[in-house]
Design a protein around this ligand. Structure first.
Ligand code: PMV
Length: 362
């Protein structure tokens, strides 16, 4: 077990410096899904994702000596330049939970400005990009104040660990191109506590892969991801899921290395159906896909068969469709999306995205 609890990370009273740190961190799309967890935010199965590019969060963290004698964390949180009470409370709670790791958080005043490259109400989960951006800012602050994270590897591992505590899937956004999170015999350094970079295991065809997101609905989900994870605890099919998902991951690892686009597409669609199947088989059962999700899937499958274009899809815990395809098909697929799929999107909204180079400090 990694133990990041560190009572030594305190600053000498009167010696707190001020600073400003900015990170841009992307969202990610899981090909093998993290679904079901146990305390403290550990995955019940390993997952593997592509890191995205265009969908990101930019977070500015300003810190300085604490001006009040209020105990605990003092944070002012602004989302898209505006105070947001619900988000502020969530961030304060998260930072307070980090005090055993970062005791200095109670000695400083923090102001955090966060904004997303995509509209907040687009129905895109922003927790992966936002929590990874915040974790990166916190690790940079640790290094500025204590000089304790000088190696890139150690920095990424800790940022991934802290991002995971904020939102499980966020731990995968730290790495360029692809990441694997969760213990598996198929990846020696894998861990339930943090993700590891997987970009260097990808065949070149996957390093430029596209993932365009069709915005099928912007409504708030009827069941949140946290509630969905919890429902896996008593899902009668959970055991089968956890018995079979490792073999699927093993196959995907081989496919990603070999560059077999068709095999990858078939596998990720099976995985997307499995995720939504598990939701429908929960107690109580629930459905996150919409009529337009199904209409778009049907069109996509028909078009793929007719045109022989390797266009595949996956779904997160929501109705929005992620379209996966190789770069060489970009213009054909773009025409198909614009002419045939946008009618299934809210106001024709979609986010063209692709595999990206990971977070950057600005
Ligand atoms: O990180 P969370 O708790 O929002 O869970 C994410 C779950 C899925 O998006 C459905 C799958 C995944 O691995 O990203």
């Amino acid at each position: 077990m990694t133990d990041y609890h560190n009572p030594k990370l305190v600053v000498q009273p009167g010696k707190v410096r001020s600073g400003k740190i900015t990170w841009r961190s992307p969202s990610n799309i899981a090909l093998i899904k993290y679904w079901g967890k146990y305390e403290p935010q550990m995955p019940r199965n390993p997952s593997l994702s592509f890191t995205l590019d265009a969908a990101y969060t930019e977070t500015i963290l300003e810190y300085g000596p604490k001006m009040s004698d209020r105990p605990g964390v003092a944070v002012d949180f602004m989302f898209h330049k505006e105070h947001n009470k619900a988000f502020s409370q969530k961030i304060e709670k998260f930072l307070t939970s980090l005090l055993p790791i970062y005791p200095f958080l109670s000695q400083i005043d923090l102001t955090i400005f966060s904004s997303n490259s995509f509209p907040h109400s687009a129905g895109i989960a922003s927790s992966a990009s936002s929590m990874s951006a915040l974790a990166l800012c916190l690790c940079t602050m640790e290094d500025e104040l204590f000089g304790t994270l000088s190696s890139d590897e150690e920095f990424e591992r800790k940022a991934s660990y802290i991002a995971r505590l904020g939102s499980g899937s966020a731990c995968r956004s730290i790495f360029a191109r692809a990441a694997l999170w969760g213990e598996t015999p198929d990846a020696i350094d894998s861990s339930n506590e943090y993700a590891i970079g997987w970009g260097h295991h990808l065949h070149p065809v996957f390093t430029t892969f596209h993932d365009d997101i069709l915005i099928i609905s912007k409504d708030e989900k009827s069941i949140s991801s946290s509630a969905g994870h919890k429902l896996m605890d008593h899902n009668p099919y959970a055991e089968t899921r956890y018995m079979t998902v490792n073999a699927r991951l093993k196959r995907l690892i081989g496919i990603l290395k070999a560059g077999d686009v068709e095999a990858m597409g078939v596998l990720v669609e099976q995985e997307a159906y499995s995720l939504h199947g598990l939701m429908m088989l929960s107690n109580p059962p629930y459905l996150l896909i919409k009529a337009n999700t199904l209409a778009a899937i049907e069109k996509l499958v028909r078009w793929r068969d007719e045109q022989k274009v390797p266009l595949y899809f996956t779904l997160d815990a929501g109705p929005n469709l992620h379209l996966l395809y190789p770069d060489e098909c970009a213009s054909t697929v773009k025409n198909f999306i614009q002419n045939q799929l946008l009618t299934h999107c809210v106001n024709g909204a979609y986010i063209p995205d692709k595999v990206g180079a990971g977070p950057i400090q600005l």
